[in-house]
Design a binder for this molecule. Structure first.
Ligand code: SF4
Ligand code: SF4
Length: 176
């Protein structure tokens, strides 16, 4: 169901606070990884929005209930699974139409939707949805990439190795 004016206002306020905090964090501690590639609109991040949460939300029932209720009533996310690996909560989004792959409240979507998958870049080893057409690239991988180039490897092996290690010579995606 499309967001009404009150929900839009609440989401805009939370988004503004989130952006301030996120911008400061990125300036102070730039992530090890950057993004390459572009969004091809596969819809995977809308089919199953997944949020990694801190210990207070994962372990404490009260804070978890508050967090899940917020996601339900403000963002329209319904909890479908708790994923132990990576301590994440997976949701179904009530704004998403799986037929058209469209969001019914795109202009008021939450910050995490706007920032996916950039928001994962601070994780130790970010994992994107399998269908996602972005790639995660190690910013500090140039030396290792050159060392691999100097090895006498079987045809294609250097490319595969670089992919596995997230080394990439391609141009960075805007602002990642
Ligand atoms: S709010 Fe919109 S952009 Fe965010 S997950 Fe749902 S459908 Fe996708
Ligand atoms: S999963 Fe990646 S490619 Fe697919 S819609 Fe989301 S950002 Fe775009």
């Amino acid at each position: 169901m499309r967001d009404g004016s009150l929900r839009r206002l609440v989401k805009a306020t939370v988004r503004a606070i989130w952006w301030v905090e996120l911008t400061a964090r990125r300036r102070l501690r730039p992530p090890r990884f950057r993004l390459a590639g572009t969004c091809e609109g596969c819809g995977a991040c809308c089919e199953r929005p997944t949020i990694a949460v801190g210990r207070a939300i994962w372990f404490l029932p009260v804070t978890r209930r508050i967090f899940v209720a917020w996601q339900r009533y403000i963002n329209g996310f319904v909890l479908v699974e708790r994923i132990r690996e990576g301590r994440a909560l997976a949701f179904r989004c009530t704004h998403y139409d799986p037929e058209t792959l469209l969001c019914d409240s795109y202009d008021s979507r939450p910050a995490l939707c706007r920032d996916y998958p950039r928001l994962l870049l601070h994780q130790p080893w970010p994992e994107l949805f399998e269908a996602c057409t972005y790639r995660v690239v190690d910013r500090h991988g140039a030396g290792l990439s050159e060392a691999i180039d100097a090895l006498e490897l079987a045809p294609g092996e250097a490319v595969r190795l670089k992919e596995r290690l997230r080394l990439d010579d391609g141009p960075p995606t805007d602002s990642s």
